[in-house]
Design a protein around this ligand. Structure first.
Ligand code: ADP
Ligand code: MG
Length: 386
């Protein structure tokens, strides 16, 4: 990978950095299940955040990004107070929040050296591809390296989530960081968000001649302020009314009972989560027995459930999915938290350009903004660059 970042770092700070890269992710299926203790099946993609990092002996954290002109400095000694008072804001809350969260997980922030951190990313922001987890995972792995913490990838995923929840203030689950840290080529990460056990599942897209086309609607979302928190609250209310700790405890066969107890909206939120968990299990089973060409109907059902029951789709996402299904995709769904962002289509490789043209045309016809479409490959997770 060619990146100007190592040279840039060398020029700016006068020494050669440690380099760590961590990918964004696409969630194949299992949406809004992670914070309900359920199942998800994301894969790491071939778009990444690269972090160049070096130790400083003055106890200062200094973060910069090719994404912004600001350079933010904060002494390690002030990190905890800054987190507690909500002073970590904007994009710097991600890397600084990770440094803080490493402390929560046992790093002695009074004993470790400071750091210069330079971030460069080609994961599109707010497209549902988790540019946030890419930053968190890369920074967590890089700081773990120079601070010699020896944390496992599973722990780093929890560090990233903690940073996002308690420093950035977005109540997200652990899926994105797990995909970014645990992903493998041509594979997905099947994650049980209750036990945090994970299993790498072969996708076989290459052998089947399938590509994943991301259709980024360009409609942006804001997790910390949007409907995401509201959906999460509905799920918690549903679980409480049903007398369970999380919706993971509810099976398809208990939906009738749920329908009698819950109000209509809460019931539909619950029904999405419960059926989506089953769809993830079915997808994993079908991949094994019948291969990836068999999972299209499950992707389609996931989209309908997110649109009608969970109500987190938007007209642009629905149009992208419909257009994909009318133009050769074997399955398609919105991916990510919703309220904008991207949809994905599983499509034969030789049908990709035709589908891209069709999506462009459909968006123009509806007077929607110009979508961005590109393929992603299931790829390896975070790693130190040589
Ligand atoms: P996504 O779906 O892309 O994860 P989020 O809203 O969760 O969307 O995270 C996007 C935020 O992450 C941005 O608003 C910014 O604060 C931060 N971010 C993403 N990429 C970069 C980058 N290259 N440099 C600095 N901050 C970034
Ligand atoms: Mg995010």
């Amino acid at each position: 990978m060619v990146s100007p970042i190592p040279d840039f770092f060398q020029q700016r700070y006068g020494y050669a950095p440690l380099l760590v890269r961590a990918p964004g992710r696409v969630n194949l299926i299992g949406e809004h299940t992670d914070y309900n203790g359920g199942f998800v099946l994301p894969f790491a993609i071939d778009r990444r955040t690269l972090v160049a990092l070096g130790a400083r002996d003055d106890g200062m954290l200094r973060v910069a990004s090719t994404f912004s002109d600001e350079v933010i400095e904060l002494p390690l000694a002030e990190l905890a107070a800054a987190q507690a008072s909500g002073a970590l804001r904007g994009w710097a809350a991600y890397p600084l929040g990770v440094a803080w969260a490493l402390g929560v997980f046992g790093a002695d922030l009074a004993a470790v050296p400071g750091a210069d951190i330079l971030i460069d990313s080609n994961v599109p922001v707010g497209a549902g591809l988790s540019s946030s987890a890419a930053i968190e995972s890369a920074v967590a792995m890089a700081l773990t390296d120079i601070w010699q913490l020896g944390f496992s990838r599973e722990t780093l995923a929890r560090v990233g989530q903690r940073a996002e929840n308690d420093a950035v203030g977005a109540p997200t689950g652990i899926m994105d960081q797990s995909a970014s840290l645990l992903g493998q080529a041509d594979s997905a990460v099947f994650l049980d968000c209750r036990s945090l056990e994970s299993q790498v599942v072969q996708l076989g897209f290459d052998a089947a001649g399938l590509a994943v086309l991301v259709m980024d609607t360009g409609v942006t979302h804001e997790h910390s302020t949007g409907g995401y928190g509201e959906r999460r609250a509905s799920c918690e209310a549903g679980a409480a009314a049903l007398g369970v700790e999380s919706l993971r405890e509810i099976g398809i066969d208990e939906l009738d009972r749920a329908g009698r107890i819950l109000d209509d909206v809460t019931y539909r939120r619950v029904r999405h989560v419960v059926t989506e968990n089953q769809r993830v299990l079915d997808t994993v089973a079908l991949l094994e027995t019948d291969g990836p060409t068999a999972i299209g109907a499950l992707l389609d059902a996931s989209h309908r459930s997110l649109r009608d029951d969970f109500e987190v789709s938007v007209p642009e996402l629905d149009l992208a999915v419909e257009t994909a299904l009318e133009n050769g995709a074997i399955g398609a769904r919105m991916t990510g938290g919703g309220f904008g962002g991207a949809a994905i289509a599983l499509v034969p490789i030789d049908g990709v350009s035709r589908l891209q043209v069709a999506v462009d045309g459909a968006f123009a016809e509806h007077g929607f903004g110009v979508p961005e479409t590109f393929t992603v490959r299931p790829s390896e997770g975070a790693k130190r660059e040589p």
